[in-house]
Design a protein around this ligand. Structure first.
Ligand SMILES: *Cc1c(COP(=O)(O)O)cnc(C)c1O
Length: 505
């Protein structure tokens, strides 16, 4: 059987080849080289509209702003599309702020987040009129002083960190095996709830600061809607408590952050698999296998790897954005209404990252060699021209992405192999997956690579990072050029006394 897991709308099969809109992926690598990151303009536009509709459906009280997390994909060519769709942005750094402002995004829909903001960044935020999402206790006072100096009023929101004692299911985000509520406590972001009442009272008295709303973002600690219902109930209860403590304070906007999974949820696919293997198979099992003698043990472990440890990318499905929006927004809204808050005119904001960009991008990589061994243990490797170092966040988050053999979509999957990168690391991008017989030059497409991957690429082994193209219909434009070897070494400086020409002279 060839692979039949669902793919995004801009991907299709024609004559056994994978197409991005109207372009054959094999033509893309012929023109732009391999490996290659590809983003779909139409999918970005569809996501912009789909996400807005999903959240607006359950928030009849006021406007809804979709403010994607810039960090998940900060290519300016990508953001030019989002600017055209009128979206806002969640921003974390001065560099990201530059991206949003230079593309002309509406400052009212730009939220600048993060701890340790410099005075220079705060000054820029106040001058440009973007929202400052406060992370630290001393930040409002710093902002007030700078705003006073500038003769302006800064618009701020407090990023809150509620307690969530009811979120007892296990998180897949933390390296430790923990309940979500403990995981969220360990996560550094947000102002601890214990300080909020007092901080808010002080902020409301400040002369040059306007508290326009509240913000909460925790991230994708679990992919189920159960988690979202619990989160939003806890957040809404904290908002009600603060509103009361602040003399009936009514926010203009409430931001529920991001953290929705990609539908073909690649995150932690590897960790789940490793966990199962560690529990049931490897070490104790492998020790026991010594009873078969040396040859028997290898044969047995070869069998276990091929048959039992196989990973199945794309088999894990997360809720759709419509399901997330319904669970999150209805719980949030119902809790606020029940607590007596008047929601009329309040803006609802969401900051999706991985779920927004993920399905809008793929990574193409060519097969260099199908390497096989049968002794002492049967193993196969598909050596590619890419590396896990070009998808660093995927490694950190133990991602297991779905894939296609882009020039042989209908080929039978006859082997089990590790699809590996060509750095000197183990570089197991897809461990023990089913693949067809492959040869030099075959093309592999890793799916759902639009969030957090290319923008986290590093130059390990002095490998130049690949280009990014944006496809729309039958048009493909380079939005980030590939690096050259000169680029890789462009920042290196050899001290004068070690320079060869100086030594010779
Ligand atoms: C990272 C981040 C997001 C996006 O998170 P995802 O899990 O990618 O959806 C949203 N808001 C803030 C403040 C973030 O730091």
């Amino acid at each position: 059987m060839p692979r039949t897991t669902p793919m995004a709308d801009y991907l299709s099969e024609r004559d056994g080849h994978l197409f991005v809109d109207d372009i054959d992926t094999t033509k893309l690598v012929e023109e732009f080289g391999s490996p290659l990151f590809v983003m779909s303009e139409q999918q970005l536009r569809n996501n912009a509209r789909r996400f807005h509709a999903a959240f607006a459906k359950h928030w009849p009280d006021g406007p809804v702003d979709i403010m994607p997390a810039n960090k998940a994909n900060w290519n300016q060519g990508v953001w030019a599309v989002l600017a055209d769709e009128g979206l806002g942005a969640d921003i974390y750094s001065a560099g990201e702020l530059h991206c949003a402002l230079s593309l002309g995004l509406d400052p009212n829909r730009i939220s600048v987040n993060g701890g340790g903001k410099t005075d220079e960044t705060l000054r820029k935020c106040i001058i440009e009129g973007v929202r400052i999402t406060v992370e630290e206790l001393n930040e409002p006072e710093r902002i007030n002083n700078i705003a006073k100096e500038l003769g302006k009023t800064a618009k701020i929101r407090l990023r809150v960190k509620p307690d969530f004692p009811g979120i007892w299911r296990r998180t897949d985000f933390a390296v430790e095996s923990l309940s979500v509520d403990l995981g969220l406590q360990i996560y550094k972001a947000g102002i601890p709830a214990q300080y909020l009442e007092e901080l808010g009272r002080e902020v409301l008295k400040m002369s040059n600061v306007e508290l326009v709303g509240l913000h909460f973002h925790s991230g994708r600690w679990r992919s189920d809607t159960w988690y979202w219902k619990k989160l939003m109930k806890g957040y809404a209860e904290l908002i009600l408590r603060l509103s009361k403590a602040w003399g009936g304070y009514r926010p203009q906007e409430l931001d529920i952050g991001g953290g929705f999974a990609i539908e073909a949820d690649p995150l932690h696919g590897l960790k789940t698999r490793m966990h199962a293997i560690e529990t049931f198979f490897t070490y104790p099992f492998e020790l026991l296998a010594h009873v078969f003698g040396k040859a028997g043990r290898y044969k047995f472990m070869g069998f276990a790897i091929e048959k039992l440890m196989q990973s199945k990318p794309g088999s894990q499905r997360a809720p759709t954005i419509e399901e997330y929006a319904e669970a999150a927004v209805t719980t949030f809204r119902d809790t606020l209404l029940k607590g007596g808050m008047d929601l009329k005119g309040i803006r609802l904001q969401a900051e999706p990252g991985r779920s927004f960009f993920g399905n809008a991008g793929i990574h193409l990589t060519s097969v260099k060699r199908f390497k096989k061994q049968t002794k002492p243990i049967k193993l196969n490797w598909v050596l590619t021209d890419t590396t896990a170092f070009f998808m660093n966040t995927g490694v950190i988050e133990f991602s297991l992405n779905d894939f296609r053999i882009a020039n042989k979509l209908n080929a039978e999957e006859t082997h089990v192999a590790d699809v590996v990168g060509h750095s000197c690391h183990g570089d197991r991008i897809l461990p023990t997956v089913k693949v067809p017989e492959l040869e030099n030059g075959d093309l592999i497409a890793l799916l759902d690579m639009g969030a957090y991957q290319e923008i986290s690429a590093s130059n390990f082994n002095a490998l130049p990072r690949p280009p990014v193209v944006l496809v729309n219909g039958s048009q493909a434009d380079v939005i980030k050029r590939g690096e050259t070897i000169e680029d890789v070494y462009a920042r290196d400086i050899i001290p004068p006394h070690l320079r060869r020409e100086e030594k010779i002279a």
